[in-house]
Design a protein around this ligand. Sequence first.
Ligand SMILES: [Mg+2]
Length: 120
Amino acid sequence: MEKKVDMSRFEKYESPLFHRQTLIETDKWDTKILLDTIKKNGTDAQIIVAMEELSELIKELSKHLRDKGDINHISEEMADVDIMMQQLKIMFGNRPKVSMYRTEKLERLAERLKDDSAGY
Ligand SMILES: [Mg+2]
């Protein structure tokens, strides 16, 4: 006999409110860890770590282009860079400005795509 699964307990995962709340909670959790890390090590040390993590990703991407890449190493370095980008935004207090430039640049890319396809 087929076992009945109570789907009602999964409903909350489909709610947009749940996803929004999860994002907010994750962001708060990330931010606390990152802030504590910056306080513990200092901003100069964390800027140096950011530069080192960026160079580690550059190295892994370079290996990829020489056919010596490893998706696990690339993924790990991308995660490190992502974490350091978050710390940089906290340290420079420029999250809204970065977000604004990000949107502007994506809009520019979208415009260029439109221009490119206009010729066809
Ligand atoms: Mg690394």
